[in-house]
Design a protein around this ligand. Structure first.
Ligand code: GUN
Ligand code: ZN
Length: 457
């Protein structure tokens, strides 16, 4: 057993997206044990004064003045796009063509893929992200490199080969059958190894033929506990293109449904330009939206409709979408989600103009932890610190900057305190990231990301 003492923050059971209940324990104790597969899991959580005698035999690691909280869950991020963060474009499609596709070409080179995978995992951990659903490229070496690095760090990470068989430069395209065979081989090699999971990954409808999407859907039926990830309804030009390519379907989302790509553990990034029929389809199929507000603001894609998601009730959570997204930091993503929620959604024929809504700090935090875990089908496993959850946690230092120290000291409630962290926080807040031990011991080492390149000036 291991024990960790600090202030503690977690979501009480019964929390929901609309009503997440944060429990804050000023002087708390988190006790862990070894669970299935040798993974460190939470055994007990509560007040130090209540638990200290019962666990007096366990050595305690003490962080006075610090706060232990669940590790963050990033529902959608592209590891090959680390080096295109902050590349401006007039919209999604020129951004893909001018920056992203040429960059992804480099991942056919295993040494490059390994170097970026190492940086990427270190950067996730530095930012307190302990679970990620991640795009790789269409090159199998990109997938091998990321799984290998995540395994070396005992990380809960899900990725897969990006499927593209048309409408992209030749160097990124596969043969349709080849791509599906490679996907199946990678599922068999990696899915369920340690804490790794596979995601069947058609990039988005425009870069796949119907045959490739259908084949991906067949694999999704054959391997029901494997994830599916893709993009949908992000940008108006993209949507018009899908309408031309797949004219028979009622909507962009419906195309994925018809081809076997909507089910539990399917995760679609963006989901901005939806109508209520799309939202109902998401709910019926228990499919999740990965909301990516910094990306949507940076690429001018639009604003996720939180009111629609709350009203119709479908799974959703937060994502960085690096490198369309501008930050690895969950604090930046939560703040951007707050801005997006505040923004009035434009009037449509179906609905009159609606005022913005104010997502509460617990709602924002939920969407990047326990709510994101629930959306990924990992509820009770990650994203929270209730007994049985895997022991991925972060240690926050509310005094990390002078302004944080000053503002958090004046907070009159847990909500105010959380809001101060969301508004003022970044990687400096995360003093330590703890990844669940394997067989009672730490695995790998959290290196700080290496500093690369020579100064330009
Ligand atoms: N749609 C298809 N590919 C991508 C991508 O790499 N990033 C984003 N934001 N949208 C996409
Ligand atoms: Zn994306």
């Amino acid at each position: 057993m291991h024990a960790y003492r600090a202030s503690l923050l977690w979501f009480v059971s019964g929390s929901t997206a609309l009503q997440p209940h944060v429990h804050f324990e000023t002087d708390g104790l988190l006790v862990t044990t070894t669970g299935a597969g040798g993974v460190e899991v939470v055994h007990a959580i509560g007040a130090w004064s209540d638990l200290k005698e019962h666990y007096a035999h366990v050595a305690v690691q003490h962080w006075p003045g610090k706060v232990i909280a669940p590790g963050f869950v990033d529902m959608h991020i592209h590891y090959p796009q680390v080096d295109v963060i902050g590349s401006p474009a007039s919209g999604l499609l020129p951004w893909l063509e001018n920056y992203t596709f040429p960059e992804e070409k480099r991942f056919a080179e295993p040494a490059h893929a390994a170097e970026v995978a190492t940086f990427f995992v270190a950067e996730l951990l530095r930012n307190g992200v302990t679970t990620a659903l991640t795009f790789a490229t269409s090159s199998p070496s990109s997938v091998q490199a990321l799984f290998a690095q995540a395994k070396a760090q005992h990380l809960r990470l899900i990725t897969g080969l990006c499927l593209m068989d048309r409408h992209a430069p030749d160097f990124l395209l596969h043969g349709t059958q080849d791509s599906l065979q490679q996907t199946e081989a990678l599922i068999r090699q990696w899915h369920g190894v340690d804490r790794l999971g596979y995601a069947i990954t058609p990039r988005f409808a425009p870069t796949s033929t119907e045959a490739q999407l259908r084949g991906a859907g067949e694999l999704a039926a054959q391997f029901p506990d494997v994830w599916i990830q893709s993009h949908v309804a992000e940008n108006v030009d993209e949507i018009a293109w899908v309408r031309e390519l797949f004219p028979a379907h009622r909507s962009y989302l419906q195309t994925y449904a018809e081809l076997g790509l909507m089910r539990q553990r399917a995760v679609y990034a963006h989901c901005i330009h939806f109508d209520d029929d799309d939202r109902a389809l998401m709910r019926e199929r228990q499919t999740a939206a990965a909301i990516s507000p910094t990306s949507n603001l940076f690429l001018g894609s639009g604003f996720f409709d939180y009111e629609g998601a709350h009203r119709m009730g479908y799974l959703h959570g937060l994502a960085s979408d690096v490198g369309g997204g501008t930050s690895f930091s969950p604090f930046h993503t939560m703040l951007a989600a707050y801005y997006v929620g505040r923004t009035a959604v434009q009037a449509s024929a179906q609905h009159p103009a609606k005022p913005g809504l104010s997502l509460t700090p617990p709602q924002l935090w939920w969407q990047h932890t326990a709510g994101a875990a629930q959306a990924l089908g990992l509820e009770g496993q990650v994203g929270n610190l209730l007994p049985g959850c895997e022991a991925d946690f972060i240690v926050l230092n509310p005094q990390a900057t002078p302004l944080l120290a000053r503002r958090t000291a004046q907070a009159r409630s847990v909500e105010e305190w959380l809001f101060a962290l969301i508004v003022l926080g970044d990687d400096r807040l995360v003093e330590h990231t703890h990844i669940a031990y394997k067989d009672g011991k730490p695995v790998g080492s959290v290196q700080s990301a290496p500093v690369l390149g020579a100064a330009l000036l």
